[in-house]
Design a protein around this ligand. Sequence first.
Ligand code: SF4
Ligand code: SF4
Length: 65
Amino acid sequence: MAVLIDTDKCDGCQDCEAICPTGAIRVTGGKAVADPARCLCCGACVRECLAGALTLPKEDMGNGK
Ligand code: SF4
Ligand code: SF4
């Protein structure tokens, strides 16, 4: 699993890239792309994305909060 990206909303700001602890999300060609093999679905990038382009799969928004 990996964080879901709405590429229509993504403006390529790279804030998600900067916050991701595992390097699972990167901006390529002006849009964020997530690597399912690395993404922990921790939600850090979801909170960071001001454009609202990121959501976690299902409804569990991170573990423990
Ligand atoms: S933080 Fe949001 S708008 Fe910025 S690059 Fe990541 S997904 Fe796109
Ligand atoms: S949910 Fe966490 S691990 Fe996955 S891309 Fe976002 S910050 Fe990285």
